[in-house]
Design a protein around this ligand. Structure first.
Ligand SMILES: NC(=O)c1ccc[n+]([C@@H]2O[C@H](COP(=O)([O-])OP(=O)(O)OC[C@H]3O[C@@H](n4cnc5c(N)ncnc54)[C@H](O)[C@@H]3O)[C@@H](O)[C@H]2O)c1
Length: 296
């Protein structure tokens, strides 16, 4: 199997590279290092350090699988720089689809979408059929990109599955050289704060709840989506349970303090994962206790 992974030097992408290399796949990564790191390289993979929108048909024509993760995935910066984020989160996806529609070898495109499209849902746990509610440019862009994948996929026979990740955490979720780190996964921020012997900073009163899913489980969801015969579907990828930020802070056994709440972020994220369990046979394996205890 050969695959192209966009954003494969980022947090989730690099975990996906390791997962597929361990399955003996031939992996090529494209990443422009905007938030990724060369420290996350896997020696068995090939790396192209450039922007996804520089890809040509010659570059992509031989790949059987494409995993599209490259994005600027931070809610708060998307308010301040919406044009830059529109380019990274939507336009490069459309350009990639324009190339993939000509491919004769593509077996599956797996797009990394986001649960941010649910905003403040009416139903918990939240199913894929929940009404869409957009609260930020980032949420709008990820949903728009997902819909481009599905709509152009249907029209041009591009086999595609989109995966709506809930709150990802795990190894490399906090890249110390990334200037947007303040907006990384709270678990990555807490872990870095604990390692630096500083207080954990909880936004708001900490009662907001999140469904945390480990990057290795997300990698397996990508793998199962890629080899499934199903196309044209979107799936939630969460653990199927949720914890308050205070509960998470307490798992780190150290001091914490409070900072102001941020606008545009959901109060509760909590995934209904019945559909992905049934269709793809995916079941998350790593509990939050195990995931936090194995962070370095
Ligand atoms: N982390 C989460 O909790 C979460 C939740 C929902 C969805 N997602 C989605 O998962 C994907 C991966 O997120 P992540 O947390 O690993 O983010 P990340 O910032 O760690 O990784 C993104 C990678 O994409 C690269 N990149 C960005 N724009 C690029 C471009 N134009 N060309 C080439 N490379 C580019 C970056 O350098 C980086 O390595 C994103 O699409 C994100 O929207 C993440």
């Amino acid at each position: 199997m050969n695959a192209l992974i966009t954003g494969g030097l980022g947090f989730i992408g690099s975990n996906l590279v390791d997962f597929l290399v361990s399955k003996k796949w031939d992996i090529t990564v494209i990443d422009n290092l905007s938030t990724g790191s060369l420290d996350y390289k896997n020696l068995e993979a090939e790396y192209w350090i450039k922007n996804v929108d520089e890809l040509t048909f010659e570059d992509i024509q031989d790949f059987e699988y494409v995993f599209h993760l490259a994005a600027l995935p931070r809610i708060q910066p998307s308010f301040d720089e919406p044009i830059e984020h529109e380019d990274a989160n939507v336009i490069i996806t459309i350009k990639l689809l324009e190339l993939l529609k000509q491919s004769k070898k593509l077996k599956k495109l797996v797009y990394s979408a986001s649960s941010a499209c649910y905003g403040t849902p009416k139903n918990y746990p939240t199913p894929e059929s929940e009404q869409i509610q957009i609260l930020s440019p980032y949420a709008l862009q990820k949903y728009s990109s997902e819909q481009y994948c599905l709509i152009l996929g249907e029209r041009f026979n591009i086999p595609v599955i989109t995966l709506r990740y809930f709150n990802a955490y795990g190894p490399r979720s906090f890249n110390p050289n990334n200037t947007q780190n303040a907006y990384s996964s709270v678990i990555g921020v807490f872990n870095a704060q604990k390692n630096n012997n500083t207080q954990l900073t909880i936004t708001g009163d900490g009662s907001q709840k999140r469904d945390f899913v480990h990057a290795k489980d997300i990698a397996n969801a990508n793998y199962l989506a890629s080899i499934s015969p199903i196309t044209g579907e979107s799936y939630n990828v969460g653990y199927g349970t949720c914890y308050s930020i205070i509960e998470i802070a307490k798992m780190f056994n150290t001091d914490y303090t409070f900072i102001p709440q941020r606008k545009g972020e959901a109060m509760i994220t909590y995934a209904n994962i019945d559909k992905i369990k049934k269709d793809l046979g995916w079941v998350p394996q790593i509990s939050i206790e195990e995931g936090i205890s194995t962070l370095s």
